[in-house]
Design a protein around this ligand. Sequence first.
Ligand SMILES: Nc1ncnc2c1ncn2[C@@H]1O[C@H](COP(=O)(O)OP(=O)(O)OP(=O)(O)O)[C@@H](O)[C@H]1O
Length: 335
Amino acid sequence: MRLEKISIQINNDNIINSLDLKINSGEIFVLMGPSGSGKTTLLKGIAGLLPFASGKQTWENGTGTTGLVFQEPRLFPHLTVVENIAFGLRVRGISVKERKAMALNFLKNLQLESLENRYPHQLSGGQQQRVSLGRALILNPDLLLLDEPFASLDTSLRLDLIEWLYELQRNLGFSILWVTHYIDEALSVADRIGIILNGGLQQIGIPSELFQKPASEKIAQFLSLPNRFSRGQWRKWFQYELNGLQTQDRGWIDPKHLQLIDEGNRSGEGNIEEAACIISGFVTKVRPSREGYSITVLADSKSLEVNTTGWKRVPKLKEKIRIRVPFEHIHWYSE
Ligand SMILES: Nc1ncnc2c1ncn2[C@@H]1O[C@H](COP(=O)(O)OP(=O)(O)OP(=O)(O)O)[C@@H](O)[C@H]1O
């Protein structure tokens, strides 16, 4: 599906501004953006629930269909699981018997085989959401539109359902435009990610591209990239030794690549040959993390985030500490 210069207005305000987007067949395209940036409005426009003020929507084969699934399951309370799933087929002029047979057959894909006769209130949140997805998918849409589909579920169930939907998508081959605000969710399913800010797509790329080469500081900020500093600041830390090395306006480095230097054990200083600098600062925050501790260090009135992976002891607040920054792990991007 392709959108060309699409605008959508609500109360005469342009919520989507001349937006271009192409979703390839069989692709999972993840759409991310801050609250109010226009994600839901765009999905509703594509689904035909909101009119386009201008622009064009086209499909590779002339026409195409969409299915839209919201964060909250919107099921008919008086219909059973199988009746809810079969409901969409009514508009297709298929007989009652055939509809039910198709829905029963589809239950396997949804892993809901034993629950066919339950009513929505007799299902868990995750099961209800699978019924919602089933109701959309049984119509075999070319493009499935997902608006934060698992956001109201707890973490482990959310991760299970993401995995399940990803497998189902890879088997059945439909395309997905998937809105989420979870970076982990985006990274685990996206073929490409698009970032929307103020009603326009600011950057589209495969996940690694986006994280390594954000198109702007606004996007780097939205992605919560830590340790983002200007070239001027990096120059100070590297004592002007950046000359001749490839840099751009700004650079960020993943906390896992910053090495704490343990004064008792000099091995932390690493390979002297490699371009690196040592930054001294004071610990201002210590928080537990998966790998150990995430500590915040104040150096030259800038805050740096460091992981203590491989470090033997817990850093103390206000402790003076030295950090080694290997140049090769800084990702450079423009302002
Ligand atoms: N029915 C409406 N009436 C007036 N303004 C609206 C309406 N629906 C949406 N908007 C406005 O359009 C803008 C985009 O809203 P939208 O729901 O598309 O954002 P979003 O990116 O999906 O946000 P969130 O992540 O919070 O769901 C917001 O500024 C919102 O206030």
